[in-house]
Design a protein around this ligand. Structure first.
Ligand code: EPZ
Length: 458
């Protein structure tokens, strides 16, 4: 069994799945209302930010996903008291932060990438930090060079060891001028969490400005930070000596909302996503409308539905915010298999994010991945070797198959495809989906999906 398999099973167990294999009986539109809560890609970072305070923080809107459990374990290993007794609320008390043993950090981190964001807060609190070998979804090389270069620029010493990376900053961190080669979400968060208590001012150029980053900046400002977001992706952080705890409700999970929207389209259904907000989904909503999906922005959510008739093909290029997010393409590709014509999806953020299309082809889709891209398409972010394009020709009726979930978003797209397909599909390794989709089995049941959890083999 690989460590990713073990992680998937742990994820499944953490959210109450007895096995990580599902049998899905598809061909039925999903209909009804589900709620989305705080964004995985903010909540986990907000939990780390609590380490920077000298008093407890309270985070609300916390979803029941296994990535939250991973960060909780890591925080507890570092002496943070985490009280999760109230559903959806975390109380995080960082007043007794201590160094954790390598083995303990490794055991809690699993295949998560979050440990890298502990560097800045731990360097401030303890003068040293350790990062294990990092995992995360296998969707590309996922290097950490931007992170390490930024930490070095801020004055940290980085030492590579056999089992991870050891960082020290006995004299604290100092503000610096940093320019990211690409507006990386994680590296921007790294600089924010490290520079906020550094001596002096840090200017970060080519920063990511995703809504989750703006929410993290809001949290840090509540804690006492001085951070200004300037035009042209420049963020200026004036270091302060001390930060206090925060009280914050996390921004909603726009990736989960977009996934359920795509599920409504692919299954010919009608799903209201409670908690979804228009502002953070505008780019997605434009594409949804061009494909032929209908939506209605409500006071407390967004209703998404398939109005009947043929769907239209589109060209999509994934991009950093405010572009079409890379995490939205996988579920939308499933809907595009039902569009009448040829769609092209160009992936410009990760180098290997079309692995999930093999399983869709097994289910009857017609998707050809061009590893070197398509020359006739002019890309706004020409960069490195990120040239992959998927050409989706539809409409193709989907049929049942036995598939294995490769990663979080790819896995959700397999779920949607199985729900849209005629017949009964078996999907294994679904524990990965629990990393980022809160109570997805309960939500599927609420929407009328027919499935059963396959009993674990003895
Ligand atoms: C975050 O990953 C999200 N994860 C991803 O969501 C999301 O797809 C991604 O941002 C883009 O929006 C979390 O927030 C936990 P990046 P992150 O640094 O921060 C390259 C999901 O399914 N790069 O913006 O790791 C990198 O290889 C996940 O919810 C370097 O080259 O993404 C990639 O090509 C998957 N060197 C590009 O930058 C570095 O040091 C963007 O990555 C860092 C990144």
């Amino acid at each position: 069994m690989t460590s990713l398999d073990q992680d998937s099973q742990k994820s499944a167990a953490r959210v109450g799945l007895t096995s990580d294999t599902l049998r899905i009986h598809g061909g039925k539109p999903l209909r009804g209302r589900i709620e989305v809560r705080g964004a995985k890609n903010l909540v986990t970072k907000a939990m780390v930010a609590a380490l920077l305070g000298d008093s407890p923080s309270t985070l609300k809107g916390v979803p029941e996903i296994s990535d939250v459990h991973v960060v909780k374990g890591l925080l507890e290993a570092h002496g943070v008291r985490v009280d999760a007794s109230e559903p959806g609320v975390l109380q995080l008390d960082p007043t007794n932060v201590v160094s954790a043993h390598f083995a303990e950090i490794n055991a809690h981190a699993g295949s998560s990438r979050i440990p890298i964001l502990f560097c800045g807060p731990l360097l401030h609190q303890l003068g040293e930090a350790f990062i294990p070998d990092l995992g995360g979804c296998k969707i590309g090389d996922r290097p950490i060079d931007f992170h390490l270069d930024a930490l070095r620029a801020l004055g940290a010493t980085v030492e590579k060891l056999d089992d991870g990376i050891h960082l020290t900053a006995p004299n604290g961190l100092t503000g610096a001028h940093i320019e990211l080669p690409f507006p990386s979400v994680g590296a921007t968060e790294q600089v924010l969490l490290s520079a906020v208590r550094a001596r002096g001012t840090t200017e970060l150029k080519n920063a990511a400005i995703e809504p989750e980053i703006m929410d993290l900046i809001a949290i840090l400002q509540k804690m006492g930070a001085i951070i200004s977001v300037e035009p042209n992706r420049v963020i200026v952080i004036e270091g302060v000596e001390k930060l206090r705890g925060y009280l914050h409700t996390a921004i909603f999970d726009r990736n989960e909302a977009a996934s359920w929207a795509a599920a409504a389209l692919a299954t010919g259904g009608d799903i209201t996503v409670g908690g979804a907000e228009q502002q953070e989904l505008m780019t997605f909503l434009n594409v949804y409308r061009k494909v032929g999906g209908e939506f209605d922005v409500l006071e407390d959510g967004i209703r998404f539905w398939h109005p009947g008739g043929p769907l239209a093909p589109v060209q999509i290029e994934t991009d950093v915010h405010p572009g079409f997010m890379t995490d939205w393409q996988q579920p939308m590709v499933v809907a595009l298999t039902q569009a009448d014509g040829v769609s092209v999806v160009h992936e410009t953020v990760y180098e290997n994010r079309f692995g999930f299309t093999d399983a869709l082809n097994e289910m009857g889709a017609h998707i050809v991945v061009h590893k070197d891209g398509i020359a006739s398409i002019t890309r706004r972010v020409p960069r490195r070797k990120l040239e992959q394009a998927a050409v989706v020709t539809g409409p193709t009726p989907l049929h049942a198959a036995d598939v294995r979930v490769p990663d979080l978003r790819g896995g959700f797209s397999h779920l949607i495809a199985a729900l849209a397909a005629d017949g009964s599909s078996t999907i294994s390794n679904v524990g990965i989906i629990a990393r980022g989709y809160e109570l997805f089995l309960d939500k599927l049941a609420q929407l009328g999906a027919e499935y059963e959890v396959v009993a674990p083999s003895a």
